[in-house]
Design a binder for this molecule. Sequence first.
Ligand code: FE2
Length: 325
Amino acid sequence: MTASETTLSGQRQDDDSSVFPLVITPDDNRMTADDSHQWIASCSDELVQRSREHGAILFRGFPVHTDQDFDAFVAAFGLTNFTYEDSLSNAVRTNRTERVFTANEAPAHVNICLHHEMAQTPVYPSRLFFFCEQAAESGGQTPLCRSDVLFRRMQQQMPQFTSDCAEKGLLYTHVMPATDDAGSGMGRSWQSTWKAATRQEAESRMQDLDYSWQWLDDGCLKVTTPVIPAVMELSDGRSTFFNQLIAAFHGWKDARNDPSKSITFGDGSELCQQTMDQVIAMAEDITFDTPWQNGDVALVDNFVAMHGRRTFTGTRKVLASLVAS
Ligand code: FE2
């Protein structure tokens, strides 16, 4: 059994780019899980390549109901798993299976701004899978934004800022708590982030990765990254705004973190609030809000598309699985 491209209201096609996201649905609604795995395995390379071209693929109507089903669906692609444990992600997460974990567990009223997953660290996944186990009562969409389209628009509308980003890179600063704080979108403790039991172990890991740091009186750890590039060149010639600028500038706010201090250019110079507001508005203007239905799976190319989370009411269970570079 096979599956084919279909259309969905709200799909975007900005400037001269390809349709976003691509939406694929089974040709026959009797498709079984085994059928779907066979179909995926038969065209996995093509699907991965199309997700790069389009930025994201939404799979709707496939027989995926549980975290185990999702694990098997992802496994059928034959890609290498990127583990949360090995990542330097700031979010608090819980694993469901070896490959599947809960997406950011920040409370429903917290809006998670657009970002490329872990682009504020030197270690990031190439792709993400999301699975809607339970759609929220209202809201809770996953906003997706084509970062290549955004970058082209930025080049036209703010050439100086765009070349500053490309040439200077960025420095990210943030404060990690002493113990996991699930109430924050960036509440992962320093012990968990650095896989360290002691301060010395954490320091040695940070030194290896060229981070600078400061221990705070309350046991928290303030870290600053080495200079991290703000723009990624893809092999097909496209450039993407591959960073966490929008999220860090706009959304890295909790009891420990002040967004205005969390990000600077690589030379330490400040980012202009007005320019950032403009970038955020430009990104919002080309964003697709994934209208989750139970059983939906999205494959997002992390180098091409940013993602986030809208606020919601009710229970929302969206699971994630990451693919190594
Ligand atoms: Fe994320």
